[in-house]
Design a protein around this ligand. Sequence first.
Ligand SMILES: Cc1ncc(COP(=O)(O)O)c(C=O)c1O
Length: 451
Amino acid sequence: MELLRETSQRAIRYLEHLNQRGVAPTRENVAGLERLGMELPDNPTDPMDVIRELDEVVSPATMAMAGPRFFGFVIGGSLPATLAANWLAGAWDQNTAFYDITPGTARLEEIALTWLIDLFKLPQQSGGAFVTSDTLANFSALAAARHEVLRQLGWNVESDGLIGAPKLQLVVGAEAHPSLFKSLGLLGLGRNKVTRVPVDDQGRMRADALPALSRSTIICTQAGNVNTGSFDPIEEICGRAHEVGAWVHVDGAFGLWASAAPSKAYLTEGVEEADSWATDAHKWLNVPYDSGLAFVRNGDALRSAMAISAEYLPASKAHRDPSEYTPELSRRARGVEVWAALRSLGRSGLADLIERTCRYAKRFAEGLTEAGYEVLNDVVLNQVLVSFGDAHTTRKIIAELQADGTCWCGVTVWQGHTAMRISVSSWATKDEDVERSLKEMLRIAAKYGKR
Ligand SMILES: Cc1ncc(COP(=O)(O)O)c(C=O)c1O
């Protein structure tokens, strides 16, 4: 118990110090990690010393992703209620595979799933899976798509595999996230055996450029482009696809959460027409890593793709067994933090989180534009792409900003332009963090001359 008390104190000190330290770890702190690279010890070490060593060596070598000024990738720090729930769930140590064995955490998942379906306005009977990431959420939803589309063509892919199966047509937008191709590869559908649909100047799939579709088609659309935040015309695509019985999947890793915010919900209109959806809770819902979510209109298709049975495994008659919907059998209780996030925020708190972070993205875009730099995208959500001139200059400014430590933004190349990506996704970010970060961006950029 003393160890756990001491550890919680260390964790609290870490979080309290985040605002004072540089966002990226220093080179010296990263080099310090080598102190841990010893041979596997022969003998035990006191757990108190193990934790002390972890905190002293690794805490300073972390990236301050939990802090208010990390704007890389699409990363939200853990909401207080979700981190605390994570600690409690860690103590529970529930292998949340079967309701009858772990009813508490399995029931929380069921409740969180109902809330999420309501929040995203998805069909009420949809099935869902709590998985590790959006990559695995895409994988799971597309496994359901593969099952159902092939079943309708008279083939059982789970029992007979893909060799000799009817051919499927995979359609994706030219700016689909790279991890989507990985999911397709893992499903045996091939990373490259896809028809890529051209996109417009915001990275949206062009519905007018769709190929001929059929009931063998699975179309992977996107709600929230990782560079621009833009949405494919999903409603229109669903209309075209469903005329011929094709399956529409939505990768909404972060974009799906726009439906929770009144001023952004227009972006997700019609998304509910699709057949399956994937999103992340570890992005905009701000729960601890790792946490992804898959939803499938035809829950039986997801279950058929994932469920197994064995004499020694229990099966609940009255309740949902979480592992019947996921690639994993043994699994941690991810629903606990999702439930805690939704319970602590409520609809209005979640709306505020999404609205506020989008407002901050707009503020960054305005400040940079006013100073004469080019914002490349329409800032419709929480993503900003800014060019500071040529690729070399832009990269130098980003590197200097990262080394400076006030905030952290990444680099991207989008539609041929090298740019800095600013993604505002954390509950912890406040007005002063945005102003302080903007000031630093402009100070560093000014050293290289205005565009
Ligand atoms: C649109 C989209 N799809 C998929 C992913 C991959 O998500 P994850 O890292 O949770 O697997 C991302 C990550 O940013 C994304 O933006």
